[in-house]
Design a protein around this ligand. Structure first.
Ligand SMILES: Nc1ncnc2c1ncn2[C@@H]1O[C@H](COP(=O)(O)OP(=O)(O)OP(=O)(O)O)[C@@H](O)[C@H]1O
Length: 267
């Protein structure tokens, strides 16, 4: 395996004439946390879906743990993916769902049961393990999705909003789990709108806006670039509004009716 867990070169996804992601290149070292930020509709989920082989790029290449994303069977063994809506079978119990995930990865039942018990306990779900997921709250379902994404001990895990819907204790468990995974050389690609989490955990932050990577730096450096109030929210708003301004200027230059008004990006 290379010492870069995620390498992307010119990844592009076009829907019709719109570039959801445009010429994105990444080089993310193994055993690090990459915080992926961007306003709504910036291209975060599309990027992740290309990297986990759920969406085919229009152009560009990528490798995860040394495996090209065109090799889907090998990639799926090396990665875990938590989408914003965890893919669970509502009619199964949490224990059954995780048994199903274990079997997909060829993990023997006795070993799977030991891990299921440990992980459900860590996430405070053991008492509800035999209830159907359809009776779970949003946060409980999210926890099952997180456990499922990590279950086969992947080299690289992609987490899309892992703490949304979680209460503070569960969110803390997720943060602690991520910190623990990194000490075991797992690489985490973490997309979230909750900036303190990436501030705390990320080695590098990439900011995507309008399909383009507009900043990439360690959190401290990104904050240092923010002029007056050196916090991550200010830095985020600055790097994303810089591009809004550029776009607005470009459109003013080509459209005399343009108002030039800037929309505040959603964090
Ligand atoms: N299947 C699709 N068909 C057409 N357009 C799409 C499709 N999926 C995404 N897009 C468009 O691509 C752009 C990027 O969407 P994406 O979901 O990647 O953004 P995001 O950064 O994950 O946003 P959010 O923070 O709101 O989840 C948006 O303009 C979106 O409308």
């Amino acid at each position: 395996m290379t010492d870069h867990a995620i390498i992307a070169d010119g990844l592009t996804k076009q829907y019709g004439t719109e570039h959801a992601v445009d010429d994105l290149s990444l080089s993310i070292p193994q055993g690090t946390v990459y915080g992926f930020l961007g306003p709504n509709g910036a291209g975060k989920t599309t990027t992740m879906r290309m990297l986990v082989t759920l969406t085919e790029p229009t152009a560009g290449t990528a490798q995860i743990a040394g495996v090209p994303i065109t090799d889907r069977p090998r990639i799926t063994q090396r990665i875990g993916y938590l989408p914003a809506e965890p893919p669970v079978f509502d009619e199964l119990t949490a224990w059954e769902q995780l048994r199903h995930v274990a079997r997909l990865h060829g993990i023997p039942d006795d070993e799977a049961d030991r891990r299921i018990e440990t992980l459900l306990d860590r996430f405070g779900l053991l008492a509800d393990a035999d209830k159907r997921i359809e009776s779970y709250s949003t946060g409980m379902t999210k926890k099952v999705g997180i456990i499922a994404a990590l279950f086969h001990d992947p080299d690289v895990v992609f987490l899309d909003e892992p703490t949304s819907g979680l209460d503070p204790r569960a969110a803390r468990t997720v943060r602690d789990t991520i910190a623990d995974l990194v000490t075991r050389e797992m690489t985490i690609f973490l997309s979230t709108h909750i900036l303190p989490i990436v501030d705390e955990l990320a080695d590098t932050i990439g900011v995507i806006n309008d399909g383009t990577l507009v900043a990439e730096a360690p959190p401290a450096e990104l904050k240092f670039r923010a002029d007056e109030s050196p916090d991550l929210e200010t830095a985020f708003l600055e790097v994303t509004s810089e591009r809004d301004t550029t776009d607005s200027e470009r459109s003013q230059a080509t459209d005399s009716d343009a108002t030039g008004s800037e929309e505040q990006p959603h964090v």
